[in-house]
Design a binder for this molecule. Structure first.
Ligand code: TPP
Ligand code: MG
Length: 352
C-alpha cells in the first residue's frame, strides 16, 4: 500500500483556491458531525446519528471530484459525501432533525441523506443497497451514452453482503462507469473485520469481477484524491469500474447510542494520530496554500454555516401526520429505452 508521498504526487492540478475549498468541506464535515453528536446528547433531535469523525477524507474527497451530473450512493455513515458534493448544510441538518424542509420532507431516517438536485441517492437502511441502485444508474448512463459516473460507497462490512457482489459482478461484466469505494474502518457495528473476511486487503475482491482494485491510506487526503481521480476518469472514458479500499477508522461508536467498549483504547488512540485533517493542513501549509490567517477565516465561515443550518432546522416545522402517505409512490414514470444491440461473442477455446 503506497501513500501519496511515496508516489510523489501532490495535487498540482488543483489550484490554491480549490485546495482551500476542499479543506473547508473537510472541516465543515468534521465540525458539523461533532456538533450533531453534542446536540443528540442534548436531545435536540430524535433518532440517532452515525458519526464519521476520523474518516472524512474517504467521502468528502471523491465526491468533491465528482461532477454535478454524476451520481453518488452513500451508506449510512457517508454524510461526508453530501458535504463533498456540495449539498446545502441546512438540508443536511433538516434531515437529521426530520423536518418538513428536508429533501425527504422529514419522513425517512435521520441518516438517509439524499438530494436529487445533486444526484445523491438516498441511502437505504439495507447496507450495500446503494451499490445495486448505483449499478443500475451506471447501466442507464452506458445505454444512453451519457458521460456520467457513479460513486457507490460501502463500509468493509457491507462488502460481505450478497448484493454488493452482485453489483460488482454485473458492473464488471458490462464495464459500467462506476467506482466502488469501500471504507474499511475495521469494524461493522461491534464485529471486527477479521470475523467477516478472510482477506486483509478488500481490494483483492475486485479480481473476482475482472476490474482493478487498489488499497490506500484513506486518511491521506492526497492519496484519496489521486486514486479517486484516476478511477473516475477511467469510468468516464468507458474503461469500466474500479474498487478502491480506503483504510480508515471511526473515532466513536457505531452510532451515538454505542459506547464502543468492544474496542481497545490503544487502537483508538493510534488511529487518532492518523487524523486526516491535520495531515492535510500540514500539506497545505507546506505548499503555501494555508496560513494562520486563512485558517482562522475558514474556521469562522464553517462555524457560521453550521449555526445557520441548525437554526434553519430548529425553526422548520415537523411534517403533519396527514402527510404521511403523500409522496410514497413516484407515479407512472416508466421510461423505455432502445435496447442496445447484443455484441456477437466468438467463444474462446476452453483452457485445460
Ligand atoms: C443487510 C443489513 N444487515 C444488517 C444491517 C444492520 N447494520 C447497519 S450498519 C451495519 C454495519 C455496517 O458496517 P460497515 O459496512 O463496515 O459500515 P460502517 O458502519 O463501519 O461504516 C449493520 C450490520 C443492515 N442495516 N442491513
Ligand atoms: Mg466498517
Amino acid at each position: 500500500m503506497l501513500n501519496a508521498k511515496q508516489k510523489g504526487e501532490d495535487m498540482m492540478d488543483l489550484n490554491k483556491e480549490d485546495q482551500r475549498r476542499l479543506f473547508y468541506r473537510l472541516l465543515l464535515c468534521r465540525n458539523f458531525d461533532e456538533k450533531m453528536r453534542t446536540l443528540f446528547r442534548q436531545a435536540r433531535y430524535a433518532g440517532t446519528f452515525f458519526s464519521c469523525v476520523g474518516q472524512e477524507a474517504t467521502t468528502v474527497v471523491p465526491t468533491f471530484l465528482a461532477r454535478k451530473e454524476d451520481v453518488v450512493g452513500p451508506q449510512h455513515r457517508e454524510i461526508g459525501a453530501c458535504f463533498g458534493k456540495g449539498m446545502p448544510t441546512k438540508y443536511i441538518a433538516a434531515q437529521i432533525y426530520a423536518r418538513k424542509t428536508s429533501p425527504d420532507k422529514g419522513k425517512s431516517h435521520p441518516c438517509h441523506f439524499g438530494y436529487p438536485e445533486l444526484n445523491i441517492i438516498t441511502p437505504a437502511s439495507t447496507v450495500a443497497a446503494q451499490t445495486v441502485i448505483g449499478t443500475g444508474c451506471a447501466l442507464a448512463f452506458k445505454i444512453r451514452k451519457e458521460p456520467r459516473v457513479v460513486l457507490a460507497f460501502t463500509g468493509e462490512g457491507g462488502t460481505s453482503q450478497g448484493s454488493w457482489h452482485e453489483a460488482c459482478n454485473f458492473a464488471g461484466v458490462h464495464k459500467l462507469p462506476i467506482v466502488f469505494v469501500c471504507q474499511n474502518n475495521l469494524w461493522a457495528e461491534s464485529v471486527h473485520y477479521k470475523f467477516t473476511s478472510a482477506i486483509i486487503d478488500y481490494s483483492d475482491r475486485a479480481k473476482a469481477y475482472g476490474f482493478p482494485g487498489i488499497s490506500i491510506d484513506g486518511n491521506d487526503v492526497v492519496a484519496v484524491y489521486e486514486e479517486s481521480k484516476k478511477a473516475i476518469e477511467r469510468a468516464r472514458k468507458g474503461e469500466g469500474p474500479t474498487l478502491i479500499e480506503m483504510k480508515t477508522y471511526r473515532w466513536y461508536g457505531h452510532s451515538e447510542v454505542d459506547p464502543a467498549n468492544y474496542r481497545m483504547k490503544e487502537e483508538v488512540e493510534e488511529w487518532k494520530k492518523k487524523d486526516p485533517l491535520p495531515r492535510f493542513e500540514a500539506f497545505l501549509r507546506k505548499n503555501g496554500v494555508l496560513d494562520d490567517k486563512i485558517k482562522a477565516e475558514i474556521e469562522k465561515e464553517v462555524e457560521e454555516e453550521i449555526e445557520a443550518a441548525i437554526k434553519f432546522a430548529e425553526e422548520s416545522p415537523l411534517p403533519a401526520p396527514e402527510e404521511a402517505l403523500t409522496d410514497v409512490y413516484a407515479g407512472n414514470q416508466t421510461m423505455i429505452y432502445e435496447r442496445p444491440k447484443a455484441e456477437k461473442v466468438k467463444p474462446e477455446p476452453i483452457r485445460t
